[in-house]
Design a protein around this ligand. Structure first.
Ligand SMILES: C[S@@+](CC[C@H](N)C(=O)[O-])C[C@H]1O[C@@H](n2cnc3c(N)ncnc32)[C@H](O)[C@@H]1O
Length: 339
């Protein structure tokens, strides 16, 4: 991962978030000779280079832009998406509840658009290792391009494996060699057995699921293995506040539901915890029809079409190429359009 601190005066290769007339936002990567063209005029990248983060600069039409380096939460919310992302409010809880620490060996599936991968990579630091699994190659391409765009290069401590976690994990990680596993997928219970094999005793598995029925199913599966502590579940609601003068009140709108988190810790081989009421695994009462009812389409999530996805892959790769070009030797002068 790039060792450059995201602070100090703007440099060539930096991503800069510009807020222009009427609060319209765009993001650009600073390049030698680069320009941002909008119907309000032209903003030369050279006018930003050397300015402190948080500066206001004017374009050729005299319109002013506030320039800031995007925070990770800004980047993930605006980056091209193949699959739905983990929102920053949940990513923060995932890092805490899964106890992601600098130097940790972490397995993640599926990689989707790479939003959670970025948070995990930041938390494990350069000493850690992240192995991300994704069964759709096109989603993996979007994720790799997004991570490269944000970090400025392909992190050496990040492996993306294209394949199903159940089949690919045993080849990618030795038994008891992984500190933490984070699953964000439709059917995490299908992966719990292979996860139990690679997790080190005391290691944490965390599943992020969208519906209560998935939560129930994965909880009972984890419990039924007898290989983990009793699972703990939660959801996170973050309500913004409007704070202006005497108008101090909660925002009228909020993101009410994204998903649930459930965590459990791997027991040592043969360990049976004291005082834990062991419940026999219930006979599964879920059939194919239930699983069909939990698909994103059935629960009302909008599904991306193949054509839209091809466009997102191109978009994400264009951003990554821009970031590469800006920081690399072959920097050609170029232009950006308003996002
Ligand atoms: C909601 S997305 C993940 C989003 C990602 N966490 C992010 O923040 O951008 C779920 C992904 O899991 C992938 N997936 C589902 N089951 C999988 C499995 N068994 N192995 C690998 N990937 C899987 C899907 O293809 C999909 O891309």
């Amino acid at each position: 991962m790039s060792s450059e601190r995201p602070s100090g005066p703007f440099r060539i290769g930096d991503r800069v978030q510009l807020t222009g007339p009427k609060g319209r936002m765009s993001t650009t990567t600073l390049r030698e000779g680069g320009e941002l063209h909008t119907h309000h005029g032209v903003l030369k990248h050279a006018d930003l280079v050397g300015q402190p983060d948080g500066s206001v600069v004017a374009n050729s039409g005299g319109h002013e832009y506030l320039a800031l380096r995007p925070l990770l939460r800004d980047f993930v919310m605006s980056m091209p998406r193949g699959a739905a992302i983990v929102y920053p409010k949940d990513a923060a809880q995932i890092l805490s509840q899964a106890d992601i620490f600098p130097g940790a060996v972490v397995v993640e599936a599926g990689v989707g658009s790479g939003a959670l991968s970025l948070w995990l990579l930041r938390a494990i630091g350069s000493e850690g290792r992240l192995i991300s699994f994704e069964r759709r190659e096109d989603f993996a391409e979007v994720a790799k391009a997004n991570v490269e765009t944000f970090t400025g290069d392909a992190p050496e401590n990040w492996d993306v494996v294209v394949g199903d976690l159940v089949e690919a994990l045993p080849d990618a990680a030795a038994p008891a060699s992984v500190d933490r596993v984070v699953l964000d997928m439709l059917a995490p219970w299908e992966c719990i057995d292979v996860v139990a094999d690679v997790l080190t005793p005391g290691g944490v598995v965390l599943c992020y699921v969208a519906t209560a029925t998935q939560l129930s199913r994965v909880a009972e599966y984890i419990r039924g293995t007898g290989l983990f502590t009793d699972p703990e579940a939660s959801e996170t609601m973050v309500r913004g506040w409007h704070v202006e003068g005497l108008a101090v009140r909660p925002d009228h709108r909020m993101v009410a539901h994204t998903g649930f988190l459930i965590t459990a810790r791997r027991l040592a081989p043969g360990a049976v915890p004291p005082d834990v009421k062991k419940r026999a695994a219930k006979t599964p009462t879920y059939g194919d029809a239930d699983i069909e009812a939990w698909t994103p389409g059935a629960v009302g999530d909008r599904q991306i079409t193949d054509k839209q996805l091809r466009k997102r892959v191109r978009e994400a790769q264009k951003h990554a190429a821009g970031a590469r070009q800006a920081s690399g030797a072959d920097a050609h002068a170029g232009t950006d359009e308003e996002a």
